[in-house]
Write a protein that binds this ligand. Structure first.
Ligand SMILES: O=C(CO)COP(=O)(O)O
Length: 253
């Protein structure tokens, strides 16, 4: 199965109503490749999800940035997978490194969240990635394999999973991984999937890159054979997000 290019915009904890309207207007007016070529998902903070969904062009979709690990109930401040389904939010980002680092989300907890979100019918962008210290000590693959294993052990339907490789040292730092660095890890991850999950799933699962992707570096990254798209932070709040979506055309040429 061909892997359709995937571009996600992770707005993180940013935005006012006015800013949201502005971003959506830019996206709605943009001429981008068709849905057959690229899948586009924007992920605003929870409070703007329904607002964004109501304004956003119908060929783009919406993702939440997190959800609770199990069925909803007495969990003050949390948002359940059931609620996202109820609001027809199709996607959720799980295991972002900011949550792993700042909110102590463990591999196991992330795996459990992925399992629960999938069981409710959500599609999941599962994030993995090593810190600078881990990279410098040569443990990048061991770290991302352990993170992937915790997720893979809980996945029943890989059609609904996108794996986002986001090296922590590249997030919000302006220090993008070189195309060769990204390709190396993506290729190893695909090999890992091949050996531990299966050949068909390794061939069809999208592995996207995140970490200081912008309008200037996206094409070169997109040209790498195992880079199937992007998860974009800062640049997803700017008009250049449209250029990043257009990087999908690199795969067609
Ligand atoms: O964390 C990211 C996307 O989830 C990447 O953030 P930046 O693109 O701002 O580096």
């Amino acid at each position: 199965m061909a892997r359709k290019f995937f571009v996600g915009g992770n707005w993180k904890c940013n935005g006012t109503t006015e800013e949201v309207k502005k971003i959506i207007t830019t996206l709605n007016e943009a001429e981008v490749p068709s849905q057959d070529v690229v899948e586009v998902v924007v992920s605003p903070p929870f409070v703007f999800l329904t607002f964004v969904k109501s304004l956003l062009r119908s060929d783009f979709h919406v993702a939440a940035q997190n959800c609770w690990v199990r069925k909803g109930g007495a969990f003050t401040g949390e948002i359940s997978a059931e609620m996202l389904v109820n609001l027809s939010i199709p996607w959720v980002i799980i295991g972002h490194s900011e949550r792993r680092a700042l909110l102590n989300e463990s591999n196991e907890f992330v795996g459990d969240k992925v399992a629960y979100a999938l069981s409710q019918g959500l599609k999941v962008i599962a994030c993995i990635g090593e810190t600078l210290e881990e990279r410098e000590s040569g443990s990048t693959m061991a770290v991302v394999a352990a993170q992937t294993k915790a997720v893979a052990g809980k996945v029943t339907n890989w059609d609904n999973v996108v794996l986002a490789y986001e090296p922590v040292w590249a997030i919000g730092t302006g220090k993008v991984a070189t195309p060769a660095q990204a390709q190396e890890v993506h290729c190893e991850l695909r090999k890992w999937l091949h050996e531990n999950v299966g050949g068909d799933i390794a061939a069809s699962t999208r592995i996207i890159y995140g970490g200081s992707v912008n309008g200037a570096n996206c094409k070169e990254l997109a040209a790498q054979p195992d880079v199937d798209g992007f998860l974009v932070g800062g640049a997803s709040l700017k008009p250049e997000f449209v250029d990043i979506i257009k990087a999908a055309m690199v795969k067609k040429n």
